[in-house]
Design a binder for this molecule. Structure first.
Ligand code: C5P
Length: 223
């Protein structure tokens, strides 16, 4: 039997990454930010002077993914995010990144007891039978403000209106693509974080996830 999985999908800067990290820490599960895979691929294309919308360029980068660079600040830039969204619409690129995600779920690293994976298509495509699924969203202005703050904290100064525009554009593209579009899985619980700080959002996430996981978890989760 595969280990328990929590799928956390949602819009850009909705707080899904932070929630996924905290859920993973709470349950002692491994965490995968699947967006990093798309961002690393985008970085590879951009650094090679390629076109993220071109299948041959994007696929070559997806196949040569350098996981060692997963923590690099440059991955967080909007240019990389926009390029990631472009190549994320290419079916063969998604297929090339699928195996890594499924492996992570089937064999969580560090012999962790389970996995929390965040992204856009985790509950719909990567792991449709996940034990618990969240779909995280918030008002675009709130998400843009959070992203702007996050970037400022990283020393990246941006115009907030521009951040909002890019975010709305990227969500629209992610929702409209033909392959693995951003959408709430039928059995995912919706979590709107518009009016929630991170602690309140985590409490709400836990309240939604814990009952769904209960049957699968033998031991009492760690606090
Ligand atoms: O989550 P993050 O903003 O890092 O994702 C960057 C882009 O990668 C998204 O806009 C989306 O197009 C793509 N992505 C995806 N499927 C995932 C994770 C990310 O298509 N599971």
């Amino acid at each position: 039997m595969r280990p328990p999985v929590i799928a956390v999908d949602g819009t850009a800067a909705s707080g899904k990454g932070t929630l996924a990290r905290r859920l993973a820490a709470y349950f002692g599960f491994a965490h995968l930010d699947s967006g990093v895979l798309y961002r690393l691929t985008a970085l590879g294309v951009l650094e090679a002077g390629g076109d993220p919308g071109l299948e041959s360029d994007a696929l070559a980068a997806a196949r040569a993914l350098d996981q060692a660079r997963a923590g690099e600040l440059v991955l967080r830039s909007d240019a990389v995010g926009a390029a990631a969204s472009k190549l994320a619409a290419i079916a063969s690129v998604r297929a090339a990144l699928l195996h890594y995600q499924r492996q992570f779920i089937d064999h969580p690293p560090g012999a962790a007891a389970g996995a929390v994976v965040d992204g856009r298509d985790i509950g719909t495509v990567i792991c449709p039978d996940a034990d618990a699924k969240l779909f995280v969203d918030a008002a675009p202005e709130v998400r843009a403000h959070r992203r702007w703050q996050e970037l400022a904290g990283l020393g990246i100064q941006r115009n907030e209106a521009q951040v909002l525009e890019e975010l709305v554009h990227r969500d629209a593209a992610d929702r409209a693509r033909a392959v693995a579009p951003l959408r709430q899985a039928q059995d995912a619980a919706l979590l709107d974080t518009t009016n929630l700080g991170i602690d309140a959002a985590f409490a709400a996430a836990l309240a939604l996830v814990e009952p769904r996981l209960a049957a699968k978890l033998e031991a009492k989760p760690r606090g």
